[in-house]
Write a protein that binds this ligand. Structure first.
Ligand code: SF4
Length: 454
């Protein structure tokens, strides 16, 4: 299914689309207020970008430095080349401890690796403890946003889901009541867990420690109570020095939700007495992206979600329409690296307005990369046949100014005399489904210019 086809399902519910658009724009405005309140905002972005550029240029050295220091601290470091290896390492650790129950805090990497279905198939109980993640786990669907995983659901939807899975009264949708219900429900799972798994926001080569940022404290509860803590991180989470951390923590929460900082910014350097601490460092296609000079900057991403909140296409099409773990503009430049054919329509799901690049706290040139993927996809014939043929024809016309002018004259005449039942026919012209066609001008700009240049 193309992005446009998948988006159609979401946009069929006009009220939900409008509400989704407004909810994310509200978050974008909160981000703006935070950004404007810091005079050094642009300097911070530049610094964050340069540190990440530098880190990516020596990623192998920093990863090894991290491994040395983490190991010296008593952390067990594992390397996984792909999702399968990552999942098997997690399972192996759980089995070594005769574990049966895993609590997880939010980790897009484990979504990317499809860890939950893998473990459940092996007989492990997996409970997502982030509220949004738990809601979508009950609803058996993937997150639609990397920071706000259940943003596509309204409180009434959550009420129904909790009624079905947690036995709350039918129709109860008060957010405070639902949150308290989830809290009570999750407490039992925290206490009973054999192993807790967290993501990693930043790993520090200099110290061998790492940082996990959450707003609910669920990661801290999980990893503090369980005797085993597994932290899964992509290789791009690395920063060289502890001094660099403040640059990112100042940018992350402000960009993500318009907060001064995440409610919990927890540092892990070594296992607690009696506890085991494992870090799994995962590649899963990142090295390949690192080897693409035009796209390596996508690995600077700190997963704040700001590019999604600002994107007019994402806001109106919903995260599930991207059919990739990371949706929105950043997902559209990461996913073709993973499967060019499957995700060939995603780089086209953009107006190329550049708003994503403008808000990105690490200055990724997202809209430039979207455009570059389009060129690659066009060159490799990876896009749907209809679109490919249309683009080829258009390229021929645009390369021939006289033909372009002639066809323009024909189109203007035809447009003026064609009944609107035809010009607004959704099958022939999907563009006009929700738009009025412009009034065709009597002459083109070139004709007007030729007639008026004296
Ligand atoms: S690309 Fe930039 S704006 Fe988008 S999630 Fe990553 S860091 Fe945030």
């Amino acid at each position: 299914m193309t992005h446009a086809q998948a988006a159609k399902r979401f946009t069929a519910d006009v009220d939900r689309t409008t509400w989704h658009d407004g909810a994310l724009w509200f978050v974008r405005q909160k981000r703006d207020r935070m950004a404007y309140s810091l005079p050094e905002w642009e300097e911070l972005r530049e610094l964050a970008s340069q540190i990440k550029n530098h880190t990516l240029s020596r990623l192998d050295e920093y990863l090894e430095e991290f491994e040395r220091n983490a190991t010296a601290n008593g952390i067990r470091v594992h390397w996984a080349a792909n999702a399968q290896e990552h999942n098997e390492i997690v399972l192996q650790i759980i089995r070594q401890h005769n574990g049966k129950r895993l609590v997880k805090s939010k980790s897009m990497l484990t979504e990317e690796c499809h860890l939950n279905p893998f473990l459940i198939k092996e007989g492990i109980e997996v409970v997502d403890t982030d509220l949004g993640e738990r809601i979508i786990q009950f609803n058996d669907e993937p997150p639609s946003h990397i920071v706000l995983p259940a943003i596509h659901l309204k409180k009434e939807d959550v009420g129904q889901i909790f009624h079905k899975h947690l036995g709350t009264p039918e129709g109860a949708s008060d957010p405070q009541f639902l949150t308290e219900t989830a809290r009570q429900h999750l407490r039992g799972h925290f206490v009973a867990a054999d192993v807790a798994l967290s993501g990693v926001n930043f790993a520090i080569a200099e110290t061998g420690g790492f940082v996990v940022c959450t707003n609910e404290g669920n990661a801290d509860l999980g990893v503090t109570l369980a005797p085993v803590h597994i932290a899964s991180m992509g290789i791009e989470k690395m920063i060289p020095r502890l001094d660099h951390l403040g640059v990112y923590t100042r940018l992350l929460a402000r960009s993500a939700t318009g907060q001064l900082s995440t409610t919990y910014t927890s540092h892990f350097h070594r296992p607690r007495p009696g506890q085991e601490l494992h870090v799994i460092i995962v590649d899963n296609g990142r090295v390949e992206q690192l080897g693409r000079p035009d796209f390596r900057a996508s690995l600077k991403c700190i997963r704040c979600g700001a590019c999604m909140n600002t994107c007019p296409v994402y806001r109106r099409s919903g995260g599930h329409s991207y059919d990739y773990t990371v949706p929105g503009p950043i997902g559209s430049i990461l996913s073709p690296n993973v499967d060019l054919k499957k995700h060939s329509t995603l780089p086209f799901a953009s107006t190329l307005c550049g708003s994503c690049s403008d808000v990105c706290p690490v200055k990724i040139d997202i809209h430039v990369q979207l455009y570059k993927w389009r060129q690659i996809i066009g060159g490799q014939k990876a896009m749907p046949a209809g679109k490919r043929v249309g683009m080829q024809l258009l390229a021929k016309v645009l390369a021939r100014p006289r033909l372009y002018a002639r066809l323009g004259r024909v189109a203007r005449r035809m447009l003026a005399s064609t009944p609107s039942a035809l010009t607004h026919n959704g099958t022939i012209n999907p563009w006009a489904i929700a738009r009025e066609m412009p009034e065709p001008p009597k002459q083109s700009f070139r004709e007007w210019y030729a007639a008026n240049q004296k």
